[in-house]
Ligand binder design. Sequence first.
Ligand code: SF4
Ligand code: SF4
Length: 117
Amino acid sequence: MASKVDLEFAREVATSEEFNAWACMNCGVCTAVCPLGIALMPRKLFRHTVLGLKDEVLEQRDAIFQCLLCRLCQENCTADVHIAENVRFLRSYIDREVFGLDADPAERKDQYALAHR
Ligand code: SF4
Ligand code: SF4
């Protein structure tokens, strides 16, 4: 089945101040140094993200949440891609779009407090 571009997702990625993978050269260094050996992280995942391939990104939900945010990949990235921030951006997106949680941690805390009164 052909991959489908989700325009809304692509627009959100393109206008985000957090997400930056435009300079990625697909060199593979990040994948090589990742202690979890997450094969698709981050280069393939970010490629799918910048292309707006939302379904492919959501399929990798487990890997996105497994990432340790250790920044080993980021420190070795010659293109200065903000890998950990990009992963955080995708987690927030999934929290909001898939789990229906608000991305704002302060607001989420309020919602939690209200629900547990
Ligand atoms: S190390 Fe940086 S430039 Fe190379 S594939 Fe990873 S994110 Fe892209
Ligand atoms: S930040 Fe995530 S993707 Fe990067 S090396 Fe650490 S675990 Fe791997």
